[in-house]
Design a protein around this ligand. Sequence first.
Ligand SMILES: Cc1cc2nc3c(=O)[nH]c(=O)nc-3n(C[C@H](O)[C@H](O)[C@H](O)COP(=O)(O)OP(=O)(O)OC[C@H]3O[C@@H](n4cnc5c(N)ncnc54)[C@H](O)[C@@H]3O)c2cc1C
Length: 455
Amino acid sequence: MPNADLVILGGGSGGYACALRAAELGMSVVLIDKDKLGGTCLHRGCIPTKALLHAAEVADSAKESDAFGVRATFEGIDMVKVNEYRDGVVGRLYKGLQGLVKSRNVTFVEGAGRLVGPKTVEVNGEQYTGENVVLATGSYARSLPGLEIGGRIMTSDQALNLDYVPKSVIVLGGGVIGVEFASVWKSFGADVTIVEALPHLVPNEDEAVSKALERAFRKRKIDFSLGVRFQSASQDDNGVTITLEDGTTKSAEILLVAVGRGPNTEGMGYEEQGVAMERGWVLVDERLRTNLPGVFAVGDITPGLQLAHRGFQHGIFVAEEIGGLNPAIIADVNIPRVTYCEPEVGSVGLTEAQARELHGNNVAVYEYNLGGNGKSQILATTGFIKLVQVVDGPVVGVHMVGARIGEQIGEAQLIVNWEAFPEDVATLVHAHPTQNEAMGEAHLALAGKPLHAHA
Ligand SMILES: Cc1cc2nc3c(=O)[nH]c(=O)nc-3n(C[C@H](O)[C@H](O)[C@H](O)COP(=O)(O)OP(=O)(O)OC[C@H]3O[C@@H](n4cnc5c(N)ncnc54)[C@H](O)[C@@H]3O)c2cc1C
């Protein structure tokens, strides 16, 4: 006999979103987590890192105040206080989330769960069987072979708990998490070096954006080595030294390992119960069904983008699917992505290279330079919004770089997901003076009627 309509293993973005939506749809829900409700995003990911990035922006504003005629002095970072501010933000959201889950009558069970039957999870010696089961156990910070985490060598989990600003840092990995930490530490006064094996920082982004970020980081004196692989690392009381495959060595006070995140699926009984997996990832079809009937998987344990809002969307999707609402599928490529370093990077849809692979020469691109945007001038930021369009067709990609530009992702994702033509967007009004105007201007230009831009 099932104990509930839905049993969810993992209470992170994917799991709790599924629980909330399923409860809204009238299902009885058991939500199991061995740690705090909210998962990586709330406690060790999105929220705490963005709080640090905001503190970094405040520090930069103080340092650069003179350029705006404001007399202020930057005296330094009180990391204990920064952490208090961050923990306050996390704490308030955590409390709110606990209240939300309770108010929807979701049964939250604290403890490490294990799949002991295709639709049964065992936790604290009790078994919970669901009509349907959702696997949502998330991801963990990976390391490289021979690179042991400990002491001065850390992942984002330990880096978030530092109560001091290191004098110098090597960041291994120039992806989203790597560049965000690099950006924070640089603003806080550390010497920062990034090592990335691929040819560019944020290598999954449109190449033009990667190159612009590299220029901006160079200007900020964030050092980086691209296209070179890590070989080994050693640490002692004075610091950590890494050797790269080209023989060069680099030393710093700490080493942040930000080389990606792996699926958190080991030892949870998935394989024993016959869940189809590949290299630890739980395989799902486009409706997030595993190979076992009535067993779904959401969020970071499924191959693809590792983003909290993808987890939310997966969770909601599965609840609605079970509820018979036949929800629409959102392809990973059309999920908005923001990297919150300074300057920010935002994108949705196909990069120019991906569009050309799909559509050959039938692709038009336009880059609107933020130099022509009033608000960006006021903020003293540079950057651009790049549009990728199928000729005479919809905009299939929006790629942006610049201070605060991530906030523009909202309209960008509507444009791409609603398959808008440049002409559709060009007729809409964008408020002045905002950075959002740059979105309008880019579409005006692509529609053949540029305003504050050269044809
Ligand atoms: C430093 C950092 C910064 C990030 N910044 C952003 C960002 O700005 N924006 C963004 O969109 N994404 C960001 N992410 C990614 C985001 O945090 C993840 O994509 C998201 O948390 C995935 O949600 P999830 O539900 O799949 O997994 P998780 O949030 O990892 O949740 C999984 C849950 O399962 C629980 N669990 C695991 N095993 C068991 C078990 N056996 N029994 C019971 N419970 C178990 C865990 O305790 C955890 O609470 C960031 C990640 C990191 C690490």
